[in-house]
Design a protein around this ligand. Sequence first.
Ligand SMILES: CC(C)(COP(=O)(O)OP(=O)(O)OC[C@H]1O[C@@H](n2cnc3c(N)ncnc32)[C@H](O)[C@@H]1OP(=O)(O)O)[C@@H](O)C(=O)NCCC(=O)NCCS
Length: 168
Amino acid sequence: MNADPRVMEFLPQILTPAESDAMVARIHRHFDQHGFGLWAVEVLDVAPFIGFAGLSVPSFEAHFTPCVEVGWRLAYEHWGKGYATEAAEAALSVGFVQLQIEQIVSFTVKNNYRSRRVMERIGMTHSADDDFCHPNLPVGHRLRPHVLYRLPLSAFEKASRFPNASTK
Ligand SMILES: CC(C)(COP(=O)(O)OP(=O)(O)OC[C@H]1O[C@@H](n2cnc3c(N)ncnc32)[C@H](O)[C@@H]1OP(=O)(O)O)[C@@H](O)C(=O)NCCC(=O)NCCS
């Protein structure tokens, strides 16, 4: 998945096996540090691993940090089936219902419309005032302009399509 240029189109570069393993190690350390992270996504009776989705704390500084982000990455052959949206909704449930997080954000490169559609399907909203340049990318880099989507706990609770959408 991390070596597939179609999957990595909106990320700085495809990863070597060693870089991919290092990313998995970082995911494990994030779980140790925060108690949550990017979970492996399984499609029951179909595929034991199709990618990841979950919650993470970005390590860079921006106008909306510190924060908790919901994110996803799926192997190309599993796109177009609704799995990212379903996994993201499960991650939101953990974040809002179990962890009582007040707001969850998501961000991506401006023209990553597939990812933006997932954000919109899970009820997140975008304001142009929140657009930002990713601080880890150099000025002029094609992936630098980013959009930010937000979902406050109150909006999550109002969205009746979420199962168990109560913190009581
Ligand atoms: C972002 C990404 C996870 C989105 O995947 P996706 O398959 O488009 O998103 P979903 O899993 O929510 O699927 C939605 C699609 O499945 C379709 N679908 C088919 N059956 C469905 C079902 N039963 N339920 C819901 N949607 C279904 C929807 O119509 C929609 O297709 P469309 O967008 O072509 O109209 C994927 O493109 C990806 O991994 N990209 C690379 C990594 C990346 O950019 N990550 C984000 C970085 S910030």
